[in-house]
Design a protein around this ligand. Structure first.
Ligand SMILES: O=C(O)CCC(=O)C(=O)O
Length: 331
């Protein structure tokens, strides 16, 4: 058959085949596999990790994978308050916990960027302690803020995961520090990074959807707004001219059950994996997996982003899938 004569029913059949085959051979289990941390001390672990998880683009939870770090033993609000109260930190502020997410404003949905404010670490910790209504703070910059802005913390964690660097054959591009309010939600999205995510204190709840389920993940075009002067109690201003005017973002919010009727494919057909990452655990979150994240109050985490290999056939295949679903601008 000439590719130029492909019709819509052929595309539909192809997508159904992808769902069925991946159900039988990949996603018949509904739980992210868990391994004891003893695995990562074997010489063969970088190879096993590459073979069993990276090459299959499949997540894995390593229980206690960073338990031996000084950070896990030391870091919590009290420790930071005692030692780093006067340190300047960049904090994102929102009235509802949705930084980089969709929210309704005066009857219309917008993609909201958070306000970013530099404050003393001690004052940030106070916002978490006080937990004022409609005032949600989160340290969540993803610009390697741990190595750039918290370099004095680096002695308590590893600069890289040697087994991961060996498997990916590169050093991490970014190492990020996260700490925040339990009301802060990271909305569903995906990244072109291999992600090694470590919880230092508290826990994080990840909802994961594999990249092959892109056909069932709805996107919409949203006008962008940016919060300014967010105050306890709910008042805020909006920046008049955010840098971007529009953004394509995922329209389904897993926390909003009312959307079930509008997006049944997302809620019913897409394969959803729920995984709680507890203190000392390490999650391998493969590139392009959709993820939605919530956390316990004052949760602290560190993650390592390794750039993907663009010369990997999986990448080309995801691009093709995105074109098939008319979502190619989103990859
Ligand atoms: O921890 C979070 O809130 C979000 C983490 C995330 O989206 C990421 O590491 O890519």
């Amino acid at each position: 058959m000439d590719i130029r004569n492909l019709d819509g029913s052929r595309v539909k059949l192809a997508l159904e085949t992808l769902h069925a085959e991946s159900q039988d051979f990949l996603y018949s289990i509904t739980k992210v596999p868990e391994l004891p941390c003893s695995k990562i001390y074997h010489d063969s672990w970088p190879f096993d990790f590459l073979r069993d998880y990276v090459s299959k683009n499949f997540p894995v939870l390593i229980k206690g994978g960073c338990n031996d770090w000084a950070a896990v033993k030391k870091w919590n609000s009290e420790y930071f308050k005692e030692h780093f109260s006067e340190k300047d930190v960049v904090v994102t502020l929102t009235p509802n916990g949705y930084a980089d997410g969709v929210a309704n404003y005066e009857g219309q949905d917008y993609f909201f960027l958070p306000e970013e404010k530099t404050m003393k670490f001690g004052n940030f910790l106070k916002t978490l302690q006080e937990k004022k209504e409609s005032y949600v703070t989160y340290i969540q910059q993803q610009n390697s803020n741990l190595t750039q802005h918290f370099s004095e913390f680096m002695g308590d964690v590893q600069e890289e995961f040697h087994w991961a660097s060996k498997a990916f054959n590169k050093k991490p591009d970014a190492v990020n520090f996260w700490m925040g309010d339990e009301r802060a939600v990271t909305s569903m999205h995906k990244d072109p990074y291999e992600n090694i995510y470590c919880v230092i204190d508290g826990h994080k709840d990840f909802l994961l959807i594999p990249p092959v389920d892109l056909p069932y993940v709805p996107y919409k075009n949203y006008p962008v707004k940016k919060y300014e002067n967010v105050q306890p109690g709910g008042s805020f201003d909006l920046e008049s001219n955010p840098q971007e005017n529009n953004i394509f973002w995922i329209a389904a919010d897993p926390l909003n059950g009312n959307l079930l009727e509008i997006y049944p494919d997302f809620f019913v057909t897409a394969r959803q994996f729920h995984v709680r990452v507890e203190k000392g655990d390490v999650l391998y979150l493969p590139s392009f997996w959709f993820h939605h994240v919530r956390q316990s109050h004052k949760c602290i985490a560190v993650n390592y982003w390794y750039d993907i290999d663009y010369n990997d056939p999986k990448y080309c295949y995801y691009r093709m899938l995105a074109s098939l679903c008319d979502k190619d601008k989103f990859i």
